[in-house]
Design a protein around this ligand. Sequence first.
Ligand SMILES: N=CN[C@@H](CCC(=O)O)C(=O)O
Ligand SMILES: [Mn+2]
Ligand SMILES: [Mn+2]
Length: 344
Amino acid sequence: MKGGGHWRGSGPMRCAGRMSEPLDIPRVPWSGRNDGDSAEHRRWWQAVRPYSPEALSAAVAAHDGERSRPAVLLGFRSEEGVRRNKGRLGAAEGPGAIRAALGPLAFHLDREVFDAGDVAVATGRDEVPGDLEGGQERFGSALAAALDAGALTVGLGGGHETAYASYLGLTESERTGGARVGVLNLDAHFDLRSEDRATSGTPFLQMARAEAAEGRELQYAVLGISTPNNTRALFERADELRVRYLLDEYTTWETAESFVEDFLADLDALYLTIDLDVLPAPVAPGVSAPAAVGVPLEVIIAVVRRIAASGKLLHADIAELNPAFDVDGRTARVAARLVDTLLG
Ligand SMILES: N=CN[C@@H](CCC(=O)O)C(=O)O
Ligand SMILES: [Mn+2]
Ligand SMILES: [Mn+2]
């Protein structure tokens, strides 16, 4: 890794409330096929428990090792960032669609999984923007509470504005205190746009600026960059910020493995963010900006598996699922498979 980059748990914002603030109840209840109630028949819909601080604390106290660390799912029902970025609306329904696709999957995990519900952001209009920044703060506070309770957390987006909400939670959490934390983005785009307000295209520049304000350098790597989908200005900004990246055309498991190994080597902890538009459009049509080339799903799964096995994963999120443009739920199924791989 280049530069320093120790997160001190002293991020750019703080807000009261944490997980004690009521979150919205997921719109889509957990459901799936029922083959029986015993453990060998268990599916996700039968395994996931509603989050409560007490239940999570008890599960954390009982767990034994990283593979069984309890997980908390937290949705960010937002498309306001996508709207502000002139993208296609629909990502607010992402968290519900991921839960619906996860519910029927067989549950092979060794850990408990809790669902903390969603933070919702109303979609605005140009004259009356939605309160994205407030939603990102609420998500961040809820996330920090789950992290501080000892959970492995997974954010269910939402547009890629979810990433800045995740960053707020990570910087608020005591678990990033003194740690060298890196951000690995699986994405066709840098999302380093310079705008006068937050969008789905700005989260990593927001992070870089927040880190710089604290005298640190953001440790940011992107796997799957599509050259024609990022302007020269974005490449120049990535170079200025010393971003590491791997182009989609050159991303095989071999190149991805060494890219990830190199990035992980100098880190204590990792925040993984998956923008589903890193995948080829036939695999992930349900996104705002489908990829003409993309990184093969097998490579993305192998990367996710490698990161899960590293013992360094602190938090992950999955963004940009847009059910309005999905085809037979295939993007939602892929998102669910990635969450299952991450926690399995
Ligand atoms: N999260 C969004 N990222 C892309 C979207 C590109 C597009 O809509 O074509 C970006 O802003 O570069
Ligand atoms: Mn993208
Ligand atoms: Mn993105």
